[in-house]
Write a new protein. Structure first.
Length: 333
C-alpha cells in the first residue's frame, strides 16, 4: 500500500457520526474505563458519602409517601381501577378473584371513603386537593428522578473539586441537586395542572386512571413520537453517563453557581425524560408498578449511552398506542 493511501476514519464516527458531532460541539469527553464499585468509592471526592446519604433519603422519602398512599387505598378500593397490573394488590383486600361487577359494587360502596384517603383528591378539587396532587407528583419526581441524577451529581462534584474547598464541596453538590429538583418541581406543578384539566374533562376517574383507551393511546403515541425528535436526542446526549457537559463559564466570564448549574442539568434531564414520565397518564397516575418500571427505563436510558435504547422505547410506545387505537376503531365498527 502506498504512503499516500488515505486513512480510514474511526469506526465509531462511521457508525454514529451525528451523535459524535454533537459530543464534539459540546466538548464532551470520551467514556472513561469501567470501574468497580470499590474503585468508584475510592475515587469519589471527599464528602460524597454525605451527598449520597442525602440523595438516598430524598428517594426513600418519595417511595415512602407513595407507599403510604397505596397502603391507605387498598382496604377501600378495587386496585385494578388504578391501572394495568395494580389488580395484584387486591389480594391484600380480599377482592381478588371476585367478578368484575361485584368488585365494582364494593368499590362504589367504599368510594365515599376515598375522599378521606391519605393523599387522594376528591372528585371536585379544592385548593387542598390540588396541593395533595402536587405533593404526589413531587414525590414521584423524588422516587423516579433522583436515582437517575446520582451519576451526574458525582461527576459535578469531581468537576468542582479542584476549585472548591473540601469543606464546601458537599454543600455545592447539594445546591446543584436543589437546582435539579427545582426544575422537576416545576414539572410536578405542570403535571398537577394537566391532571386537573383531565379530571374536569372526565378523562381521569376517581382512582386517577384513564377512563377510556383514547387518552391512553394518545399519550403513548405522543411519547413514542417524542423519542425520535431532535430535542429528545440533544437532551439525552447531555444526560448520558459519563459524558456530562458542565458549564465552565457563564456569559459574564464567571463560573456559574452550583444551583444554577443544577437547573441547567435539570432542564437537560427534563427535555430527555418528561414524555416517558407523562406515560403515567396512560397507565394510571398512582400505578406504582409503572412508576418503578418507568423509573428503571429512564435510568437505563441515561446510564447506557446507546443510539438504540431510546429508539426501542419509542417503538414500544408507538406500537402499544397504535394497538390501543386499533382496538378503539374495531369497537366502534
Amino acid at each position: 500500500m502506498s504512503g499516500s493511501a488515505t486513512v480510514l476514519p474511526p469506526l465509531k464516527l462511521m457508525v454514529n457520526a451525528d451523535l459524535q458531532r454533537m459530543l464534539k460541539d459540546m466538548n464532551v469527553t470520551e467514556a472513561q474505563p469501567k470501574q468497580t464499585l470499590v474503585d468508584a468509592l475510592e475515587s469519589s471526592p471527599r464528602g460524597w458519602p454525605l451527598v449520597l446519604v442525602c440523595l438516598s433519603g430524598l428517594t426513600v422519602t418519595g417511595w415512602l409517601y407513595l407507599g403510604a398512599m397505596i397502603a391507605d387505598m387498598i382496604p377501600a378500593m378495587d386496585m385494578s381501577e388504578a391501572g394495568p397490573g395494580m389488580g395484584l394488590l387486591n389480594y391484600f383486600n380480599n377482592l381478588a378473584g371476585l367478578p368484575e361487577d361485584v368488585r365494582a359494587a364494593i368499590a362504589a360502596l367504599c368510594l365515599p371513603e376515598s375522599a378521606s384517603t391519605f393523599g387522594m383528591p376528591k372528585e371536585r378539587w379544592t385548593l387542598v386537593d390540588g396541593l395533595k396532587v402536587f405533593t404526589m407528583w413531587l414525590m414521584m419526581a423524588l422516587a423516579m428522578m433522583i436515582p437517575t441524577a446520582v451519576p451526574m451529581l458525582r461527576a459535578f462534584m469531581r468537576e468542582r473539586a479542584p476549585r472548591v474547598r473540601p469543606g464546601k464541596l458537599a454543600g455545592e453538590t447539594l445546591l446543584a441537586a436543589g437546582g435539579y429538583l427545582f426544575v422537576w418541581t416545576g414539572y410536578a406543578l405542570a403535571a398537577t395542572f394537566v391532571q386537573w384539566l383531565l379530571t374536569l374533562a372526565g378523562e381521569l376517574g376517581p382512582m386517577m386512571a384513564p377512563v377510556s383507551l383514547t387518552l391512553s393511546a394518545s399519550v403513548l403515541v405522543a411519547a413514542g413520537i417524542y423519542q425520535f425528535t431532535p430535542a429528545k436526542q440533544s437532551c439525552l446526549v447531555r444526560c448520558w453517563h459519563p459524558r456530562f457537559a458542565f458549564t465552565r463559564t457563564s456569559p459574564d466570564g464567571k463560573v456559574p453557581g452550583a444551583f444554577r448549574e443544577g437547573i441547567t442539568q435539570g432542564l437537560s434531564c427534563l427535555g430527555c425524560c418528561w414524555a416517558v414520565m407523562a406515560v403515567m397518564f396512560a397507565v394510571g397516575v398512582m400505578n406504582v408498578l409503572w412508576i418503578a418500571l418507568l423509573g428503571i427505563l429512564m435510568a437505563v436510558e441515561k446510564s447506557l449511552p446507546s443510539r438504540w435504547i431510546y429508539r426501542i422505547i419509542g417503538v414500544v410506545f408507538l406500537l402499544w398506542g397504535t394497538g390501543l387505537g386499533v382496538l378503539i376503531l374495531s369497537s366502534q365498527g
